[in-house]
Design a protein around this ligand. Structure first.
Ligand code: G1P
Length: 243
């Protein structure tokens, strides 16, 4: 995806299942082969696409998104990298990570994926303070502001591309909103140096950190897949008749 071949997962102690899910499962592959279930076996075998390398890092304490990104520093090294927040699920022909990586190739720097949100949503996101250097420039980022303090309605949406300089800022950042080390505060510092640009996203986003967003994502993805579509529609029609 977007030419990225090394995936670094920063997780906590209760999330070991993620590593297990992405690991090879030779026993299951063998059983599926024995039963002639070759399509299912290939699905299990290709959970991680060929040529892609997974690295797992534990964040010892849940000290915030900025701290989680800093945990990845030894694996990232001195190279630009993308950050994808797993609870922001994206769907569309043009996915934000690809758009951000392309923009970075054309003009290196820090990039945020953004979209307009309603007043009621402002307090859930990092909100962009527009910069003075053109439409896409970011002058600052405020983490989860009160509506009265929000500098715009442009919210950052869980996809970023960074230069490794962000690690230097994260190392010296103190706790911010919610007492956590906030990635948004590091972005704010970079923005004040004129290093950050915003890219409006064209994809559909699901907030899988909320129950409703998670349910919507499952139903929507099922409707997109031929193997489920007809049965899903029939089930929904039946269910609606009962209401
Ligand atoms: C995080 C970030 C926030 C960003 C949001 C996008 O918040 O801290 O700046 O706007 O993701 O989903 P979280 O949703 O983890 O509370």
């Amino acid at each position: 995806m977007a030419g990225i071949t090394d995936l670094i997962f920063v997780t906590g102690r209760p999330k070991r299942a993620i590593g297990d899910h992405l690991d090879a499962n030779l026993e299951l592959e063998f059983q599926l082969t024995q039963r002639g279930k070759h399509a299912e076996r290939d699905m299990v075998r290709n959970i991680v696409p060929p040529g892609v390398n997974c690295i797992f890092i534990r964040q010892p304490e849940p000290k915030g998104l900025g701290d989680a990104v800093l945990c990845a520093a030894p694996a990232v090294g001195n190279a630009p990298f993308a950050v994808l927040l797993a609870d922001d699920l994206m769907k569309g022909d043009l996915l934000p990570t690809l758009e951000l990586v392309d923009a970075h190739h054309a003009n290196p720097g820090t990039y945020l994926c953004v979209t307009e949100v309603d007043d009621a949503e402002v307090g859930k996101y990092g909100i962009v303070r527009p910069g003075s250097n053109g439409k896409l420039s970011v002058g600052g980022l405020v983490e989860k502001p009160a509506l009265a303090d929000a500098p715009s309605r442009l919210a950052s949406m869980g996809r970023y591309v960074f230069e490794p300089e962000v690690f230097d800022i994260l190392r010296i950042l103190g706790p911010g909103s919610g007492g956590e080390i906030q990635l948004a505060d590091a972005i704010d510092a970079l923005a004040k140096l004129g290093r950050v640009k915003a890219l409006p996203m064209s994809a559909q986003r699901y907030d899988c950190g909320s129950k409703m967003g998670y349910l919507t994502a499952i139903i929507d993805h099922a409707l997109d897949r031929e193997e489920f579509r007809e049965r899903m529609i029939a089930m929904m029609r039946n269910r609606l008749q009962d209401l």
